[in-house]
Design a binder for this molecule. Structure first.
Ligand code: IMP
Ligand code: MG
Length: 195
């Protein structure tokens, strides 16, 4: 698949892994599945800042039951993101007690981020709590967690687009592309997003 000609992303990606059409088709499929599973109920969608918001907006429009949306933001303290120490940068605006909550996130990799968020939200007494991710690298898991809805399994390559960033940029690409390896240090021992 050829890389769309967008001057400001020249040299950014080497390959389009998932086209905008493939992403949108998968979002519709997930939306239909969620609509069927929650028939007759209302859903409280909680998206994780910032990457999850792109998926949230498309997914919400593919769901046929009444939905409300809210946002949750965390960042890891210090250098070691594996320490499990995180700070809430944006808390939910509303209580989720007694509500059917669906966590909406772009990607689950080690599971550290979503594992923490699931535990934090579970403690607030939702009627139910499920997780929907568009991308997954199950073979990288450190923290096991249930993922009830998932879009695509990704290879162990750093990707950008559709919510995923490189140095906070390029989340707005409508497709998912493999980041040009020339842009990061090939001798790295950790994946670039762990830096
Ligand atoms: P984890 O599941 O806690 O390891 O982390 C997932 C987080 O790492 C996501 O929320 C993303 O912010 C980031 N991430 C993982 N893989 C990629 C990637 O390929 N590109 C950009 N960000 C990524
Ligand atoms: Mg993220």
């Amino acid at each position: 698949m050829s890389i769309p000609e967008t001057p400001d992303v020249a040299g950014l990606v080497t390959e389009v892994l998932l086209s905008a059409d493939q992403l949108q088709a998968k979002v519709r499929e997930l939306g239909a599945q969620i609509t069927a599973d929650y028939a007759g109920r209302e859903l409280w969608l909680v998206s994780i800042l910032k990457g999850g918001t792109f998926f949230l907006v498309d997914l919400a429009r593919a769901i046929g039951v009444p939905v409300a949306i809210d946002f949750f933001g965390i960042s890891s303290y210090g250098q070691d993101r594996h320490s499990g120490v995180v700070r809430i940068t944006k808390d939910l605006d509303e209580s989720i007690e007694g509500r059917d909550v669906l966590l909406v996130e772009d990607i689950v990799d080690t599971g550290l981020t979503l594992g923490y968020i699931r535990r934090a939200l579970e403690a607030r007494g939702p009627a139910s709590l499920r997780t929907c991710v568009l991308f997954d690298r199950p073979y990288r898991r450190i923290v096991e967690l249930p993922v009830e809805y998932r879009g695509f399994e990704l290879p162990d390559l750093f990707v950008v687009g559709y919510g995923l960033d490189w140095q906070q940029k390029h989340r707005n690409l409508p497709y998912v592309g493999v980041l040009n390896p020339a842009l990061f240090d090939p001798s790295r021992t950790r994946m670039p997003w762990e830096a």
